[in-house]
Design a protein around this ligand. Structure first.
Ligand code: SAH
Length: 352
């Protein structure tokens, strides 16, 4: 954990900044809030703020490891090969995936792209062989990459545009008593909206995530140059839609995103509908974007759960409950999506 002195609440810093220079964009607000949030704690698990799929069950990471090994074997077992995980949390997914991949001879070098020093400490303890990167630019440029990002894109800041009487404006943030509120900015933003979507009812909000677009663009470029495959897993939608999806989670409850910035996890629904064409524009093969439940079932999560239960009958109920959380339609199974990408000459991936 970071040993720096407790810092000034981010809300106070925002108030001073806004007092001096005027409203800040929602994108700025979300980016700073999450940078503070992730750098100051390990948010994962029952004692934290939220639980992710790899923390629910080892089956999640194991099936991803098998998927990667299957891709790599069918592509010709090229070496060197690199496992690259974006926002690896506690390193749990990597541990489970690499353990199951090793049984098929896949032992890649391990690269973690992580911004949080607090989580880096946890990852170092769990996966000491990993190498850390602040962004993708320093990941090795030779040899295929196997890229995995689970609940990474949803933490990247979004820009929101709102239709006003004066046309499209960016949503900006200002203080209001002890919280913050959104107002429409003063600059015309019509040019930022694709022409086909420019006519809209008053109050319509369009959300874009430049960071997610840039990440997918860069990963797709690596797949084209180096070969490999990528899995982006997140909650989101695969059809264009309007409206704000910003939410805040703290201690497993939804809270107001505009109170105490930096103290809750701010997330958005990932707009997979816009990400697929961005990847395709670089020439990679888009395998599809499918619901997590269907993908895990196609990969054999039911059989895996059965094997685990036979090995440890005393845990059979817990294993079944965990599986249901991952695949259940009312749980993560439908809301979460898996998007698969592959470089030239790489096979069609299982499960899509
Ligand atoms: N993938 C993990 C953790 C998800 S939480 C799991 O499934 O359990 C989001 C992760 O992304 C954290 O590791 C967080 O520190 C990291 N992260 C968030 N924003 C980031 C950014 N801009 N750059 C790099 N890592 C980031």
């Amino acid at each position: 954990m970071s040993d720096s002195a407790p810092s000034e609440p981010l809300g106070e810093i925002f108030r001073r900044l806004i007092g001096n220079t005027g409203a800040i964009s929602l994108m700025h607000y979300m980016g700073e809030a999450n940078a503070r949030y992730y750098s100051s704690r390990d948010p994962l698990g029952a004692a934290g703020d939220f639980v992710t799929a790899p923390e629910i069950s080892q089956m999640f990471g194991e099936l991803i490891g098998l998927w990667l090994a299957d891709m790599w074997i069918n592509a010709g077992r090229e070496e060197p090969v690199h496992y690259v995980e974006l926002g690896p949390g506690r390193g749990t997914l990597a541990l489970d995936a690499l353990r199951s991949a090793r049984r098929y001879g896949l032992e890649p070098s391990i690269h973690f792209v992580e911004a949080s020093t607090a989580l880096k400490d946890v990852q170092l303890a769990n996966v000491p062989r990993a190498q850390w990167h602040y962004d993708l630019s320093t990941v090795p440029a030779y040899g295929p990459v196997l890229v995995v990002a689970n609940e990474f894109l949803d933490a990247l800041p979004v820009r929101q545009l709102v239709m006003t009487e004066q046309g499209w404006r960016e949503r900006m943030v200002v203080p209001d008593g002890d919280r913050f509120v959104c107002i429409a900015g003063s600059q015309p933003m019509d040019a930022a909206i694709p022409e086909a979507r420019r006519q809209a009812a008053l109050g319509t909000i369009i959300e874009t995530c430049p960071g997610a677009a840039a990440t997918v663009y860069e990963v797709a470029g690596r797949l084209m140059e180096q070969g490999g495959a990528a899995l982006f897993i997140d909650y989101g939608h695969d059809a264009l839609r309007d409206g704000s999806t910003l939410q805040a989670v703290r201690q497993h409850l939804k809270v107001d995103p505009f109170i105490q910035p930096g103290e809750a996890d701010l997330t958005v629904h990932v707009d997979f509908a816009s990400l697929a064409p961005i990847a395709q524009s670089r020439g990679v093969r888009w395998m599809g974007t499918v619901p997590q439940g269907r993908w895990l079932r196609n990969l054999g999560i039911d059989a895996r759960a059965q094997t685990l239960s036979q090995t440890a009958p005393q845990h059979a109920q817990a294993i079944e409950t965990a599986k249901e959380r991952l695949v259940g339609e009312g749980q993560m199974g439908l809301l979460f999506k898996v998007m698969g990408l592959a470089g030239p000459g790489w096979p069609g991936g299982a499960g899509f």
